[in-house]
Design a protein around this ligand. Structure first.
Ligand SMILES: NC(=O)c1ccc[n+]([C@@H]2O[C@H](COP(=O)([O-])OP(=O)(O)OC[C@H]3O[C@@H](n4cnc5c(N)ncnc54)[C@H](O)[C@@H]3O)[C@@H](O)[C@H]2O)c1
Ligand SMILES: O=C(O)C(=O)C[C@]1(C(=O)O)C=C[C@@H](O)C=C1
Length: 380
């Protein structure tokens, strides 16, 4: 389920809502998010770091409006709190925030590359009227630190949100509204499902890249030609081996169970190749390439206007927590491809309406049947 913000153009002049956004850890991701709101009318961005010199850098680079080393000062009266520190620190930050008098309705979110543990931890905390909503932008780089931050990092990328049954619809809606400035496509999914999918398409590739580089580096100890001759192929598949060691240590350890299974599958995949080679099975090897070409060449490109939603329906949903997540999960489990989701209306006294868009008529038909089976009103 996605909300496509690629065509978002803020209307001008924007009324000054005076929204305070606190960002803990203004590195690649925190800094790139900060740049999306920095200087927009009505937004005040406060960057936090435990390190005074980092705070000075955030401000002098113009990435945030203000900086502080005080967690309390950063969080005070914040409308949104973004935790952009390594995954291994997220729960500690939540514990600290739970001790503070936060603004009622404040949304605390994170950008961690794993979601299940932080979502479960937040669920067990009393956040004093604040709401936690897990998040993960599916964009990044092998670079790190605030110097690597860019305003267009998230443009046309997917931005995952992981609401639970307890998450108020209003919080999801407010977050989606704020994320429009990133021009990312918001997609809602379950945190455990997130970790198993992102483990496969992001964490496993990082492990493979690092393993491959280290294997070749060992060969290179006896002959420096390995390094000299490394061309496009080696560089393309290993760019991400230059990623930050601490950020990735935390991600991989956190998603250990998923990765151990994926590594078993990877080893089996390589064993199948070894067998094809032993048998000199050229046709079998070509077939593997044909299969891979088919999937690889169909990966969606990250450019404007790629997602065209042609088939749409509307679903009336009462405004209570968890409904979007439930519908998303059901559609996902039924393998129905949703290309866009938009919340048309959602107030306490008015039932919410979701607009769901699909690229395929067949997906629309299946979705209507499924959602009607869930006892929601669906119309066109
Ligand atoms: N790098 C990516 O491609 C990418 C993409 C999406 C999400 N993420 C997630 O974003 C988060 C931040 O990653 P990043 O790539 O921006 O890293 P980064 O190194 O660029 O930024 C990390 C920030 O956290 C701070 N920090 C580092 N260690 C800390 C500690 N022990 N305690 C408190 N603060 C600490 C740093 O000072 C920095 O401001 C991570 O949770 C990561 O999983 C990364
Ligand atoms: O482009 C890269 O360098 C990335 O590693 C980005 C990437 C990815 O694996 O695709 C890395 C970690 C994330 O949490 C999300 C995106």
């Amino acid at each position: 389920m996605t909300v496509d913000n690629s065509d978002f153009k803020p209307t001008s002049p924007v009324p000054a809502p005076s929204v305070k956004i606190a960002i803990f850890g203004v590195g690649l991701i925190g800094g790139s998010l900060a740049l999306c709101w920095k200087g927009k009318p009505g937004y005040r961005i406060v960057g936090h770091s435990v390190n005074p010199s980092s705070v000075g850098k955030y401000v002098s680079l113009g990435v945030v409006d203000e900086g502080t080393t005080s967690l309390e000062e950063a969080a005070r009266d914040a409308d949104f709190i973004f935790l952009c520190v390594p995954v291994g620190r997220l729960n500690d930050y939540l514990d600290e925030l739970a001790k503070l008098p936060l603004k009622p309705g404040c949304i605390i979110t994170d950008v961690g590359s794993t979601k299940a543990s932080v979502v479960a931890h937040a669920r067990g905390l009393d956040l004093n009227g604040a709401v936690f909503l897990g998040g993960h932008p599916m964009a990044g780089s092998e670079r790190s630190g605030v110097e690597a931050a860019t305003i267009d990092l998230f443009e046309n990328a997917y931005y995952v949100l992981t609401p639970t049954d307890d998450t108020p619809l209003d919080a999801v809606e407010r977050m989606q509204e704020l994320l429009r400035w990133t021009r990312a496509k918001v997609v809602l999914t379950d945190s455990v499902l997130h970790d198993s999918i992102v483990g496969a398409i992001s964490h496993l590739p990082h492990l493979i890249a690092v393993g491959l580089v280290n294997q070749i580096a060992r060969y290179n100890e006896t002959n420096d030609l390995y390094r000299s001759l490394a061309a496009g192929g080696f560089r393309d598949i290993t760019r991400i081996a230059s990623s930050d060691p601490i950020v990735w240590r935390d991600i991989l350890v956190n998603n250990k169970d998923v990765l151990l299974t994926l590594l078993d599958d990877w080893k089996a995949e390589m064993d199948r190749f070894a067998e094809l080679l032993k048998q000199e099975d050229g046709e079998g090897i070509s077939e593997q390439f044909r299969l891979a070409n088919g999937f690889r060449n169909q990966l969606p490109e990250r450019r404007k206007g790629m997602i065209q939603s042609l088939h749409e329906c509307y679903v009336d949903v009462p405004d209570h927590p968890g409904i979007i997540g439930r519908i998303a999960t059901e559609l996902g489990q039924a393998r129905i491809n949703l290309s866009n989701l938009h919340i048309v209306e959602s107030r306490e006294d008015v039932p919410g309406t979701l607009r769901l868009s699909f690229k395929e008529a067949d997906d629309l038909e299946k979705a209507v049947e499924l959602i009607r089976g869930m006892k929601y009103e669906v119309y066109f």
